[in-house]
Design a protein around this ligand. Structure first.
Ligand SMILES: *Cc1c(COP(=O)(O)O)cnc(C)c1O
Length: 433
């Protein structure tokens, strides 16, 4: 069955047979763009749920909880859909926790709280909500957590986020598991930190997160081995460790010409993680996938404003820019771009696809061979479901895009386009002195 469905498991956007228009779950992108305007994020709900189901299947042999990494795409409708499936959540701020609580207060018990700079008020919020576990990243943070728990007369369950010193091949900005990174506590020091403890702290787990967009299962396996070894030591020290949180970071393939089988990827990932966890015994495995669940479910639709030649270069200027999707500018990320109307001619041009923002770094693609595009054409920037909208900004006073979720052949607006009023309302207009 999985093989038959492999098409949707890779990418849910296809050209419809008859009209040759890019569609998702039977909904045509031309129609949603006309209805809701551009730039516009469009997501396939079916695809997100399929990806979640892949995780559930692959890890079904061990007690586990998938905690979706909210920062990948924190739009409420997406969180709601995942919460309804019993999914847990990994949050990295009080704001993200508030989002989870807004869609489902009861989901608090499935929340893990990560991040290197938790404030006292964020801790209080999470303690009051009764989250599952704090992933603590430093000794001072652990002391503050004990203080806050004492104040609220509660006990804080925590896992230390250890830094396993594992190298993972990815972009340097999203590699996090080596000694020189700001994340976590040196795994060699962890045992001593757990010993400090205190009556307001309950050591419940160990966590790691070695980075993002990691394509090979090997570094995950290596990190899991190190975590499990530490857990054995901690149990010897008398701590009842129940959770192994092995983080997120499983990558997807953004290049269309490279083979990518999502089901196979998850299977390999599970094969690397499950044996060490089973060997340790008595553990619930926590997983924090973000990108893998939502990246390929989403596309950013944009309209071509102008096509212009400067010297030897051709620029396709779209109404989507780096403030809408910053990944190309920030990580030199590749996003496949396709015209919404399937081109009739085979003619191609090498172009830069850029936005209207006043930065040379404002590009969506560079030196890309694309079907010849003209003013007014619609294009889709694919694989934009993760770290797209959640990283969008108002730079150049551009309103952030609207978002649409497709489910059962229907397109639902899940976030309206920002208005000028939205953008100005927090500011003071008038002479401040
Ligand atoms: C960002 C992050 C994740 C999710 O990473 P993906 O690459 O999107 O899967 C998981 N856990 C932590 C602690 C993170 O910071």
């Amino acid at each position: 069955m999985l093989l038959l469905r492999s098409a949707i498991l890779t990418r849910p956007f296809f050209y419809s047979e008859t009209e040759k228009i890019l569609s998702v779950e039977g909904v045509k992108m031309e129609q949603v763009a006309r209805r809701y305007g551009t730039p516009l994020y469009v997501y396939s709900s079916e695809h997100i749920l399929e990806r979640l189901a892949l995780f559930e299947q692959a890890f079904s042999v061990v007690p586990h909880l998938v905690c979706y990494a909210v920062k990948a795409n924190s739009t409420l409708a997406i969180l709601k859909m995942l919460a309804q499936k019993g999914c847990g959540f990994d949050v990295v701020s009080g704001g993200e926790l508030e989002r989870v609580l807004a869609v489902d207060r009861a989901a608090a018990e499935r929340v893990v709280f990560s991040g290197v700079g938790k404030t006292a008020s964020e801790m209080d919020l999470a303690l009051r909500a009764g989250i599952l576990v704090f992933n603590v990243e430093g000794e001072e943070e652990l002391e503050l957590l004990a203080e806050r728990a004492a104040k609220l007369r509660g006990k804080a369950r925590f896992a230390l986020r250890v830094n396993p010193d594992v190298f993972a091949e990815t972009h340097p900005y999203i590699s996090t598991g080596m000694r020189e990174h700001k994340f976590g506590i040196d795994i060699r020091r962890a045992r001593a930190v757990y010993r400090k403890g205190g009556k307001y702290l309950e050591p419940a787990g160990v966590s790691v997160h070695i980075g993002s967009q990691i394509r090979s299962a090997d570094p995950f396996g290596a990190a899991a081995e190190r975590v499990v070894r530490l857990i054995a030591d901690l149990r010897q020290d008398g701590h009842a460790i129940r959770y192994a949180d092995l983080g997120g970071g499983l990558g997807v393939e953004y290049h269309p010409d490279k083979a990518f089988d999502a089901a196979e990827k998850v299977r390999q990932y599970a094969e690397a993680l499950i044996p060490p966890v089973q060997k340790a015994g008595g553990l619930t495995l926590l997983l924090e996938p973000g990108r893998f669940l939502v990246a390929q479910a989403g596309a950013l639709l944009a309209r071509v404003l102008y096509v212009k030649k400067n010297g030897a270069k051709t620029f396709v200027i779209t109404d989507a820019a780096m403030n809408d999707l910053i990944r190309p500018a920030l990580y030199q990320a590749y996003h496949e771009i396709v015209p919404v109307q399937k081109p009739r001619s085979a003619r191609k041009t090498i172009v830069d696809v850029v936005g209207p923002v006043c930065e040379t770094g404002d590009f969506l693609a560079r030196d890309r061979e694309l079907p010849t595009l003209r003013q007014g054409d619609l294009v889709a920037i694919l694989d934009a479901g993760a770290y797209g909208m959640s990283l969008a900004s108002n730079y150049n006073t551009r309103p952030r895009p609207a978002e649409v979720l497709v489910r059962g052949r229907r397109a639902q607006l899940i976030r309206r386009r920002e208005s000028m009023h939205d953008m100005l309302q927090t500011e003071r207009n008038g002479s401040p002195f």
